[in-house]
Design a protein around this ligand. Structure first.
Ligand code: GLU
Length: 452
């Protein structure tokens, strides 16, 4: 039974300790798109209880990255604002006999593990602290020791049907009782995460497979706190083309860097979600279209390589594909006019959105027509042959046909001088589409080698 099977609640729970990378964004997108597709809620939860490493600037950057990708959260929560709530949950677990104090130092624990390994045993905590009497504890505390607190596992088989990995079973007898509260009273992620997932009514946890091993423990804590575990799905992780895992700390493939390099948000989203599938290199027209392609049960179990060069190609293909309505506000923000006619004329030539501005300047900013002396006569005649405005759909074709028969030129000899005079470039969008945007006066001036 789930808290709310009608409207699912998903969350993305990064720690704001660095810029998020394309692998983190894979998690964010899967959660956001599945929530959106089901008419549910997408929560951004900052796991910021580590005050030494969490920074406001990173929290801000994460929100900015999600906005840029088009998946702003419906709700934002911060673990650092909820410490008393974790404290109350810890007290409930203590009262239920599920959280017990232990006094071993790291060095003592290391020694125990070493001895276990030497005897061929798994290095699982031996629960020595459970045998302490009140007098033992009083003596340890009189020595100045402070306890950390361990969750007493049930030692039973925990099963869940993982959305990506299928049925999973783990016997918690094979695990150490996890520490949930440190000596200094700070809480560990495992406790905070479960308390939050319960409080926020999370129905679905989609996260990286590095968390599979936490899941059985978390299921026990959900139940010990009187709740039910959400559905879990653990997706594969991304690597660099070399196979090296992505690291937030090392700044690999940060979303900010991809944005600054001019990658399209929609291409980054498509690549992050579809990497490793047969559709990985196909552009999508919208996040909604991308959401329709998400299928957790088809995500591979193997790590997926993320290739930034393929992303550049996908950015170009995405631009070639985007309808005017999808970019109208960005064109306006960049001071680019010309409406749909301009966008449809240039989009096929773009490898980055910013290049649209270069083409707009070519169309719109007065420039000297680039005319080689051997072409001057031909181009002047082409100017004289320009039909009067208004220009219709057939104007360009009729003009070119007239130039062909008058000059005897064709192919490159015909088109190259025209393109150079009008745009100053060897290559570019169809002249048929650019001419009406430039207008007769400008075209005429440039064909004559004047400023227009
Ligand atoms: N803060 C954890 C992480 O970034 C969240 C894991 C989870 O989704 O439960 O790995």
């Amino acid at each position: 039974m789930f808290a709310s099977s009608a409207a699912p609640i998903f969350r993305f729970a990064p720690s704001p300790t660095g810029l998020i990378h394309v692998g983190n964004v894979r998690t964010a997108l899967l959660n956001a798109l599945l929530a959106r597709r089901a008419g549910g809620t997408f929560i951004l939860r900052y796991d910021d209880t580590d005050v030494a490493r969490s920074r406001e600037e990173f929290a801000h950057a994460i929100a900015e990255d999600l906005d840029w990708l088009g998946i702003p959260p419906d709700r934002v929560e911060r673990q650092s604002a909820r410490l008393p709530i974790y404290g109350a949950a810890a007290e409930r677990l203590k009262a239920a006999g599920r959280l017990y104090p232990a006094y071993e130092t790291e060095a003592e624990l290391d020694l125990k593990r070493g001895l276990q390994r030497a005897r061929g045993l798994p290095p699982v905590y031996d629960r020595a602290a459970l045998a302490l009497t009140d007098a033992d504890r009083a003596r340890l505390e009189a020595e100045g020791r402070k306890p950390h607190w361990r969750f007493k596992l049930d030692h039973r088989v925990i099963s869940w049907d993982d959305g990506v990995r299928g049925p999973q079973n783990l016997d918690t007898a094979s695990l150490s009782d996890p520490v949930l509260v440190r000596e200094d009273g700070t809480f560990l992620y495992t406790l905070c995460s479960v308390v939050d997932d319960l409080d926020f009514g999370i129905t679905d946890v989609v996260r990286g497979e590095d968390h599979v091993s936490n899941t059985a423990v978390q299921v026990e804590i959900f139940e010990a706190l009187g709740g039910h575990a959400p559905r879990f799905a653990h997706h594969n992780l991304l690597t660099l083309p070399s196979g090296e895992g992505l690291s937030k700390r090392l700044g690999h493939l940060s979303v900010r860097a991809l944005r600054e390099a001019g990658q399209e948000a929609l291409a980054v989203a498509a690549a992050a979600v579809l990497v490793g599938t047969s559709e990985a290199l196909a552009p999508v027209e919208s996040l909604q279209a991308l959401a329709a392609k998400v299928d957790l049960s088809h995500i591979s179990r193997a790590p997926a390589r993320f290739d930034p060069e393929e992303l550049s190609a996908l950015t170009a293909r995405t631009l070639h594909y985007l309808p005017y309505e999808a970019v109208a506000h960005r064109l306006e923000n960049a001071g680019i006019g010309g409406g749909a006619a301009f966008w449809l004329a240039v989009r096929g030539n773009l490898s980055r959105f910013a290049e649209a501005l270069d083409w707009w300047e070519i169309v719109e900013t007065p420039r000297l027509g680039l005319v080689a002396s051997e072409d001057a006569e031909f181009l002047a005649a082409a100017g004289d042959a320009l039909p009067p405005e208004p220009w219709g759909a057939d104007t360009y074709g009729a003009w070119i046909a007239a130039l062909k028969s008058a000059s005897g030129r064709s192919g490159k000899a015909l088109f190259r001088p025209l393109r150079l005079a009008l745009t100053g470039q060897e290559k570019g969008p169809e002249l048929a589409a650019l001419l009406p945007l430039m207008g007769r006066r400008r075209v005429l001036a440039r064909l004559r080698g004047e400023v227009g």
